[in-house]
Design a protein around this ligand. Structure first.
Ligand code: COD
Ligand code: ATP
Length: 196
């Protein structure tokens, strides 16, 4: 079974594209969602994150304080790298376990950062989703209540520019018009099945 990485900057439309692949029957693992579940359920992760960021990383009811964590890490690269070093190995392990249980020609791991953390060789191929920066900011601000342009830009600063990622990717999906995105997804799906 092939492992396909699906990546793209914040607001590019990774999850939207992932859903289109799911509609074609492809199993998809969402790293953002699973990471947050693990940061909640794994006692090892909870302890390591509290040690790194302080008790305030979790609210009194034990729920991860995403706003607090975001404010700590996205303007502090060293701290973000340390958080990544705690969370990403756990996600990798969880993904491998999940992938083992799938029966499909290929599976997709949706992950916001792949090139940034040097894990591209783990994948048989990489699909990149792109859209203009201003569009991406607009989409995220519209989608997430309370999110500011500044906070989206802070995350962007911790991600590679599209030009750099385009060169290193096997497929690039330009996600501006949803109908055209669907056509690109179908083309890539057919191409991947032909290669297996
Ligand atoms: C800081 C946290 C709690 C904020 O949670 P929130 O629900 O606001 O955002 P979510 O996790 O859904 O991410 C949304 C987008 O933010 C950007 N982003 C998230 N983590 C990172 C990161 N480590 N580096 C760069 N960008 C990131 C991505 O574009 C991502 O798609 C969370 O993002 C986090 O714990 N990040 C560090 C661990 C990580 O890398 N998780 C991502 C998958 S492994
Ligand atoms: N082609 C499009 N046209 C209009 N809206 C879109 C398009 N693609 C995605 N969106 C919308 O933009 C927002 C961001 O899309 P999505 O959540 O798929 O991006 P993402 O890359 O997964 O984001 P994040 O990096 O924050 O996890 C969503 O509200 C989605 O519905």
């Amino acid at each position: 079974m092939r492992i396909v990485g699906l990546t793209g900057g914040i607001g590019s439309g990774k999850t939207t594209v992932a859903k289109m692949f799911e509609e074609l029957g492809v199993p998809v693992y969402n790293s953002d969602t699973r990471a947050k579940e693990l940061m909640q359920s794994s006692q090892d992760l909870v302890l390591a994150i509290k040690e790194l960021l302080g008790e305030e990383a979790y609210r009194e009811d034990g729920v991860l304080d995403r706003g607090f964590v975001s404010r700590q890490v996205f303007d502090n690269k060293a701290l973000l790298n340390e958080l990544n070093a705690i969370v990403h190995p756990a996600v990798r392990k969880d993904f491998i376990h999940w992938a083992d249980e799938q029966t499909a020609d290929y599976v997709i791991q949706e992950a916001a950062i792949i090139f940034e953390i040097g894990t591209q060789d783990f994948y048989d191929c990489i699909i990149l989703v792109v859209a203009p920066k201003e569009t991406r900011i607009e989409r995220v601000v519209q989608r997430d209540a309370g999110t500011t342009v500044k906070s989206v830009e802070a995350r962007m600063k911790n991600q590679w520019e599209d030009d750099r990622k385009i060169e290193a990717s096997d497929y690039v999906i330009e996600n501006t018009n949803l109908e055209q995105t669907k056509v690109q997804v179908l083309d890539i799906h057919r191409d991947l099945l032909n290669k297996i």
